[in-house]
Design a protein around this ligand. Structure first.
Ligand code: NAI
Ligand code: MG
Length: 353
């Protein structure tokens, strides 16, 4: 198969982990006789420096023509003082919006070999394997108005959703649950938020079409607690943009490091943007310390979701398991056993497998 992939390395450790992702894609292309072509473009702080905007027009154009997009990370202290429209994060929010990527899929799996890397008790983490389906293009992060008022004495953000926006993300979550353990937890704050009450209504309506999926509603505060006390009780979680952002970072403690968490942002036709959940980690950038596994696992999601290459995706995931099983890990995983290696060595081990 021929596929064209746009790479958006971004800032900080973004270029390092993007390199690892590209190498794994090249290895898969070689092994399975696919032709993958690549094109790199600027986004985030790197794009501000080069083009005066975090999301240049030709970056958007290239992404629109691609079969899939891989993004490293954006942001860093260098750009923190810039006004809102020039913030690197605007590039990321913008490209997700421009491509219409409304569903963010964040799998969280506790790897047997890394149970001790989690700050939680091993017996609590063991067996956890969940998927957070986060709404990505609506809610608090996009609602208008958002402004300071009364000479800076008051402020407003807006949480707004169209019913259709809730419907499509809820459908995506039901479909994901159907191919997993058929359990869906819808997370909201329906005791205080009107948007959450509509969210609940939509889930109740949609569940008629998925009788094989068991549905449960949970308030976000209770869900936050249960994620660290009984994480293995979850299968698929569906929730709005900000709740999903927070809960998925919280869930990252199950894996022992943000450097282990992949994500996919997709739309109905499968086109997607694949990225590690972590940020640009300026504290370790350029030191070969970045864990490439979140990016490599994001590549597996690309192969599966955008290209329909299930076997190739399984090969990548199995290689990651093998390398961890052999005891290799990067410094972010706080475990005493095994062999600590740098980021590029870790990527090389996976490719070798
Ligand atoms: P971060 O995820 O960049 O880093 C948090 C901590 O995790 C740091 O100690 C970092 O060293 C460590 N870490 C993250 N990824 C790692 C990896 N692959 N291997 C080893 N260690 C890793 O979050 P932080 O520090 O809050 O934000 C730094 C910058 O990244 C900010 O400018 C922020 O806005 C941006 N950011 C960008 C995101 C994106 O591009 N998707 C997401 C989150 C933050
Ligand atoms: Mg976040």
């Amino acid at each position: 198969m021929k596929k064209h992939i746009v790479l958006l390395p971004g800032d900080g450790i973004g270029p390092e982990v993007t390199k690892a992702a590209k190498q794994v894609l090249e290895a898969i292309a070689g092994r399975y006789q696919h032709t993958f072509t690549f094109e790199s473009h600027d986004i985030g702080g790197a794009a501000v420096d080069q083009h005066g905007t975090p999301l240049p027009e030709d970056t958007v154009e290239a992404c629109n023509k691609a079969d899939a997009v891989f993004l490293g990370a954006v942001g860093g202290p260098k750009w923190d003082q810039l006004p809102g429209h020039l913030r690197p994060e605007k590039g990321l929010l913008g490209i997700r919006k421009q491509l219409g990527l409304f569903a963010n899929l964040r799998p969280v799996q506790a790897f047997q070999q890394l149970l001790h890397a989690s700050p939680l008790k091993s017996e609590v983490v063991a067996g956890s394997d969940l998927l957070i389906v986060r709404e990505l293009t609506g809610g608090l992060y996009f609602g208008e108005p958002r402004e300071r008022r009364d000479n800076g004495q008051s402020v407003v953000d807006t949480l707004a959703y169209q019913r259709s926006e809730i419907e499509r993300i809820v459908e995506k979550a039901f479909q994901s649950a159907q191919v997993r353990r058929k359990h869906l937890t819808s997370v909201d704050k329906a005791n205080v938020l009107e948007s959450s009450r509509m969210w609940r209504e939509v889930v109740e309506e949609k569940k008629q079409a998925y009788p094989d999926v068991e549905v449960e509603h949970m308030l976000v505060d209770a869900a936050a607690m249960k994620l660290v006390t009984n994480p293995s009780s979850f299968d698929v979680i569906v929730t709005e943009n900000m709740f999903g952002d927070i809960l998925s970072d919280e869930a990252s403690v199950l894996t022992g490091s943000l450097g282990m968490l992949p994500s996919a942002s997709v739309r109905e036709d499968g086109v997607g943007l694949f990225e590690p959940v972590h940020g640009s980690a300026p504290d370790i950038a350029g030191q070969n310390k970045a864990n490439p596994l979140a990016s490599i696992l994001s590549v597996a999601m690309m192969l599966k979701h955008s290209f329909g290459m299930q076997e190739e995706a399984d090969t990548v995931e199995a290689a990651v398991h093998e390398v961890l099983h052999a005891g290799f890990h990067t410094a972010d995983l706080d475990i005493t056993q095994g062999i600590e290696v740098g980021g590029s060595q870790m990527a090389a081990k996976v490719i070798e497998q």
